[in-house]
Design a binder for this molecule. Structure first.
Ligand SMILES: Cc1cc2nc3c(=O)[nH]c(=O)nc-3n(C[C@H](O)[C@H](O)[C@H](O)COP(=O)(O)OP(=O)(O)OC[C@H]3O[C@@H](n4cnc5c(N)ncnc54)[C@H](O)[C@@H]3O)c2cc1C
Length: 370
C-alpha cells in the first residue's frame, strides 16, 4: 500500500487524501494549524460554479471537468455515509477525523446560479460561452429578465445565464468529510521534505509552498478576500439561487446570506475590514438594489487565496523530483479545482491513465514556469 504524506489540511490536501484513500493508498495529512480548513478553506458556505470562458482552452476543459466531477463527488458524499468503515481511534493515535451520521454532512445545496448580464460585453461573452461549451439547455441557458426573476424568486433587472446544477457547499465541512477516517496530524508544521518517510509527498499548503526549497521559485501570489454575512430581510429571504455578478449573494443558510467576495491581489493581510463589507454590499446594490435594500451586516470572514502568475492552478509532479507533487493556486475556485486536482495527482502516484488531457496536464504542471 502506498503511503502518501500530504502537507496542508485545506481543500487541496483533504481532497487528495479522500481520493487516495478511496483508491486503496494510505494518505497521512500534516497540518500546521490547530484544525483542518483553518486557512482559505475555512468559509462556512461557498459556491461552486464552473469558471466560464468564451473560448475553448485547456483552462475551460479543466473547469468543465472540475465542475462535473465536483457534483458527482458531492452526490456520492451525501449518499454513502453509512456504508463506509471507520478508523478506530486508539490512545496515542494522531487525531482521526470523526465519522458523521447525517446524509448531507457537507451542507450541499444544488440551488442553481444566475450569472447576471450587466452589459453588452458580458452578453456577448456568455452567448459565446454557451456556443463553445455546448452544454444542453438543462445545464446552461440564457433567461430573459422575467424568467430570471421567476427562477431567483426575487425581482431582477437583468437577463442572466442560468446554471441549474451550480450551488453551495460548506468548504469547512467538505474538508472534514474528505478527511474522514484519514490519519491527521494537527499543529504539525513541516519544514522540509527530504527526510519525509513516504512513497510520495504532496505539497497542498497554499503560499506555504514558497518555504520549501523544491518549490520556492513558483510564481505564487496572495489574494486577500472577504465575505460579508448579512441578515435576511423579507425581500432577500425569497432568493432561491446564487446570484453572480462582479460578486455574489447566496440564498439564506442558517439565517445568513453570504455576500462576496473581495479580491485583492498581492495583499496577504487576513484581518477583517469594514471597507470590504461596504465593497461587497455596494456591488450587490449596483445590480440588485431590491435584494440589497436594508441588509444589515451580521458578520464577516476573510482569508488569503493563492494565485499563480498565469491565474491557473498548479497541479502535478515537481520537475526533477520523482515523488514530490503539488496542488495549489486554486484562487477563487478551490471547491471544484481541488477535487479534479486530487484525481490527477492520484493518477500520477498510482500509475493510472491520466484523467485529464495532455494539453490540460501540461498547462497545470509546476514546471510550466521554468
Ligand atoms: C473570502 C474567500 C471566499 C472564497 N469563496 C470561495 C467560493 O465560494 N468557492 C470556491 O470554490 N472557492 C472560494 N474561495 C477560494 C477557496 O477557498 C480556495 O481556493 C481554497 O480554500 C484553497 O485551498 P487550499 O487547500 O489550496 O489552501 P488552504 O485552505 O489555505 O490550505 C492550506 C493549508 O496548508 C497549511 N500549511 C501551510 N504551510 C504548512 C506547512 N509547512 N506544514 C503543514 N501545513 C501547512 C495551512 O495551515 C493551511 O491550512 C474563497 C476564498 C476566500 C478567501
Amino acid at each position: 500500500m502506498k503511503r502518501v504524506v500530504i502537507i496542508g489540511g485545506g481543500l487541496a490536501g483533504t481532497a487528495c487524501a479522500y481520493v487516495l484513500k478511496q483508491a486503496g493508498a494510505e494518505p497521512v495529512i500534516y497540518e500546521a494549524g490547530s484544525e483542518l480548513a483553518g486557512g482559505a478553506s475555512g468559509n462556512s458556505v461557498g459556491l461552486y460554479n464552473p469558471r466560464l470562458s468564451a473560448h475553448r482552452t485547456p483552462e475551460s476543459d479543466f473547469y468543465c471537468a472540475a465542475f462535473s466531477l465536483a457534483i458527482r463527488t458531492f452526490s456520492s458524499l451525501c449518499h454513502s455515509e453509512r456504508s463506509e468503515g471507520s478508523h478506530a481511534k486508539k490512545p496515542g493515535d494522531p487525531s482521526v477525523a470523526p465519522l458523521f451520521q447525517d446524509d448531507n454532512v457537507i451542507d450541499w445545496n444544488a440551488c442553481g446560479a444566475l450569472h447576471l448580464i450587466t452589459d453588452e460585453k458580458r452578453q456577448k461573452q456568455l452567448a459565446q460561452t454557451i456556443e463553445t461549451w455546448g452544454w444542453p439547455d438543462e445545464h446552461m441557458r440564457l433567461l430573459n429578465v422575467a424568467q430570471a426573476s421567476e427562477v431567483a424568486g426575487v425581482m431582477l433587472q437583468h437577463d442572466a445565464l442560468y446554471l441549474p446544477q451550480s450551488g453551495t457547499v460548506s468548504p469547512q465541512k467538505l474538508c472534514a468529510r474528505y478527511a474522514q477516517g484519514v490519519e491527521v496530524h494537527l499543529n504539525a508544521e513541516i519544514k522540509g521534505v527530504s527526510d519525509v518517510d513516504a512513497d510520495a509527498v504532496i505539497l497542498a499548503c497554499g503560499m506555504g509552498l514558497r518555504r520549501f526549497e523544491e518549490t520556492r521559485d513558483l510564481p505564487l501570489a496572495p489574494v486577500r478576500g472577504q465575505v460579508t454575512h448579512v441578515k435576511p430581510t423579507q425581500a432577500s429571504q425569497k432568493l432561491r439561487c446564487n446570484l453572480c455578478y462582479n460578486g455574489y449573494i447566496l440564498p439564506e443558510t442558517d439565517g445568513v446570506h453570504m455576500v462576496g467576495a473581495t479580491f485583492q491581489p498581492g495583499v496577504s493581510d487576513d484581518a477583517v475590514k469594514e471597507a470590504d463589507d461596504r465593497e461587497n454590499l455596494e456591488a450587490l446594490s449596483g445590480v440588485a438594489p431590491g435584494v440589497a435594500k436594508e441588509l444589515e451586516v451580521s458578520g464577516h470572514w476573510s482569508a488569503v487565496r493563492v494565485s499563480a502568475k498565469d491565474h491557473f492552478p498548479v497541479i502535478g509532479r515537481v520537475h526533477d523530483h520523482k515523488h514530490l507533487y503539488v496542488s495549489t493556486a486554486h484562487s477563487a475556485h478551490g471547491v471544484i479545482g481541488s477535487i479534479v486536482g486530487a484525481h490527477l495527482i492520484a493518477d500520477m502516484i498510482l500509475d493510472r491513465p491520466l484523467s485529464l488531457g495532455k494539453d490540460v496536464v501540461q498547462k497545470l504542471k509546476p514546471g510550466r514556469f521554468l
